[in-house]
Write a protein that binds this ligand. Structure first.
Ligand code: GDD
Ligand code: MN
Length: 377
């Protein structure tokens, strides 16, 4: 199991050497407790003017397992996206850590996060806001407000309600999860990366766990979190919400239109003296066909679908047959059990279970999202 601790740095000259050495001590402990873990460190420096990269290079000369990539400064999120891509594609990592360079995240906590991964979790958060976790007692009201506010936005607006510390920057993540996410496509640059990645991981079906950590205030250097990060954070939290509800609203609208097609065609066929047991599945089938086209070209049009169009069509037809069976069964049952009900009411009785099944199977299976990179998972 290849484990890579990713450390983004911008002007961390006073911290980086001591931090790498402290992490290496933890690696030595791991070697006896967890020999399968083959750990390494990846520093992602953005040409820090204070010469951080130079310090890392001098450490590289004396020990192995320290990697460094350098780029233009574009923000914390942009640095992580580059770092994670490198860890997966070049270093073949199975697990990556996110970790700050300023000792806010204690190296002693690394083994505990890794054990939780080994225990079966996909995405482990070193959490300040679960029992046993903490923030520094002397944090200013401004710092508390930013941290709490970020979490309120993430939980209430971006829809990450199940997680206590959504903005935490200390995490262990299985790269199986990262391979299912289009990192560059997240469309973020700054600190909001933390909630954008968490949101995507949840959508990719990752099992998230929080383990308590004590967040320590940095002793050297200064925080890089600026106003533009806060603006991007708020904007993106709202975007995540809109994006989620947009898909849902569109699917519901398409569904409603399908009901109209269904009932309209059904009534028309009854007017043409069709047998009602034949008219029912026929009307449903027509409604399903129009729903597919609308969902394919409208509801899920932005998704990077994993299957080609013809396979989607095939899957859709299989889902349609299941939906048709459920709907017809509901129709027959209601018609038999409640004889005095009009055929239209009986037809409607099939709509709810059928459309629920339709949504779940089509959203996850037919229109399921592609893995980020071909051949990686
Ligand atoms: N390469 C690179 N480029 N690194 C950066 C950049 C950047 O643009 N901006 C920040 N970093 C690095 C810092 O050098 C540090 O190692 C780490 O990212 C965290 O940056 P800080 O500036 O120390 O962040 P913070 O202490 O304000 O924020 C911490 O808490 C937040 C939640 O309250 C971090 O853990 C965040 O990830 C977290 O969201
Ligand atoms: Mn910090």
């Amino acid at each position: 199991m290849r484990v890579v601790v990713i450390i983004p740095t911008y002007n961390e000259r006073e911290n980086i050497v001591a931090l790498i050495e402290a992490i290496q001590i933890q690696f030595r402990h791991l070697a006896s407790h967890m020999p399968a873990a083959r750990p390494g460190i990846l520093v992602v420096d953005d040409h820090s003017p204070d010469g951080t990269a130079e310090r890392v290079r001098s450490l590289q000369r004396g020990s192995s397992g320290i990697h460094l990539i350098e780029g233009e400064k574009a923000g914390l999120g942009a640095a992580y996206i580059r770092g994670m891509t490198h860890a997966v594609e070049v270093l073949a990592a199975d697990v990556v850590f996110e970790m700050d360079a300023d000792f806010s995240h204690r190296p002693e906590d690394i083994p505990r996060l890794l054990e939780t991964i080994v225990g079966g979790a996909d995405f482990v958060i070193g959490s300040r806001y679960v029992a046993g976790g903490s923030i520094p007692a002397d944090w200013s009201w401004r710092r508390r407000l930013i941290s709490r506010g970020g979490n309120v936005l993430a939980r209430r607006v971006a829809g990450l309600g199940g997680v206590r510390d959504c903005t935490a920057g200390f995490r262990a993540i299985r790269t199986d999860v990262l391979k299912r996410i289009d990192l560059a496509g997240l469309g973020v640059k700054g600190y909001v990366f933390q909630i954008a990645l968490l949101h995507a991981a949840l959508r990719a079906g990752a099992q998230i766990e929080e383990v308590p950590v004590q967040f320590v205030e940095r002793a050297h250097g200064a925080s890089k979190l600026g106003l533009s990060d806060i603006v991007e954070f708020i904007r993106h939290a709202v975007l995540l919400r809109l994006h989620d509800s947009q898909t849902f609203i569109r699917f519901a609208l398409v569904g409603a239109l399908g009901v109209a097609v269904n009932l309209g065609v059904f009534t028309m066929l009854l007017g043409l003296d069709w047998n009602r047991y034949l008219a029912s599945p026929f009307a449903v089938e027509l409604a399903i066909a129009s729903n597919f086209m609308l969902n394919n070209f409208w509801t899920f049009r932005r998704r990077e679908k994993k299957d080609p169009f013809h396979l989607r069509g095939l899957k859709f037809n299989l889902v349609s047959i299941m939906t048709l069976c459920v709907s017809t069964l509901a129709f027959v049952l209601t018609a038999r059990i409640f004889r005095p009900l009009s055929p239209q009411i009986c037809q409607l009785a099939g709509v709810l279970p059928a459309s629920l099944l339709n949504y779940i199977l089509n959203s996850r299976w037919t229109f399921g999202e592609a893995q980020a990179r071909a051949g990686s998972a």
